[in-house]
Ligand binder design. Sequence first.
Ligand code: HEC
Ligand code: HEC
Length: 243
Amino acid sequence: MQLKSIGFIFLVACCAFSGCFPSTPEPEPESDPDTEDGSDSVVASPLVADCALCHSVKEAQRGPILHGMDEWYLADQIEKFRSGTRGQNPANRSEYLMGVAVKKIIDDEQGRVLAKWFAAQQPMPAIRTVRGDVEKGALLYAARCASCHGEKGEGKRERVSPSLTHLEGWYFIDQMRKFRNGMRGKDPSDVGGQAMAAAVADFTPQQTKDVVAYAVEAFGLPEAPSTRRPLRPRPLDRNGSRE
Ligand code: HEC
Ligand code: HEC
């Protein structure tokens, strides 16, 4: 498999859906999706280009950065989208988009290959859109998150709790909101999602901002350079989040 031929040059500006998430400038180098150690055990699926229409840091990015996420978690979530546990509720617009996109993955093996590929990629810099009280957030994190996600957000596979170190602020807070309002973690078959939803059910919007601001600051992705274009899906509130 010629890995280098799968370039990360995507010319398609996929803005078919209203509004765009903030995007970051092109990280470099982006032309070599191969693993750093030259390992050839990670196979680049031809589907990577499809995924990257939404999962990249391009202008028209719709989905979260997947680079560097836990392989097991990626595989789990792809499976949840494929089985319809996630992505079937049209009211959950962004998730529904992914519910359509996942149809490109026609078998389990393709899903596994993609999970492995994204997990092997270098993390990308991100924009920290969330502001909150990081001191309060630190206390909340220690008391309410660390038992499942680890002291430093490293994740605990035995608790099916993913690492939180590869989440952009906007996606992080968006998912917290979805767990709280029943858009994620409601499906009876979604054991992990239900555990997570229950864990944050009583959080106020302010507590959510505080804990996310802390997590992004303490162990999140490096801040993206400030040359980004100020593209926003909708105006941010005065605390800088879309909550
Ligand atoms: C049309 C845009 C689009 C395409 C194409 C797309 N996705 Fe997604 N994906 C999304 C969005 C949006 C989300 C976030 C869903 C949400 O907000 O709950 C998402 C979420 C995910 C998640 C869950 C991440 C998490 O942290 O829970 C995984 C895994 C994923 N996508 C994998 C893929 C793979 C693999 C492909 C290629 C086969 C792909 N996606 C193609 C839009 C897309
Ligand atoms: C009881 C264990 C538990 C606790 C406590 C918990 N979580 Fe989770 N969390 C999970 C599990 C399990 C998942 C995976 C859900 C899935 O499979 O869809 C998850 C998923 C998430 C996700 C989604 C990640 C993604 O890529 O989409 C975020 C964000 C998150 N947790 C943040 C937090 C924060 C912040 C706290 C503390 C306020 C917290 N969690 C407390 C178990 C927990």
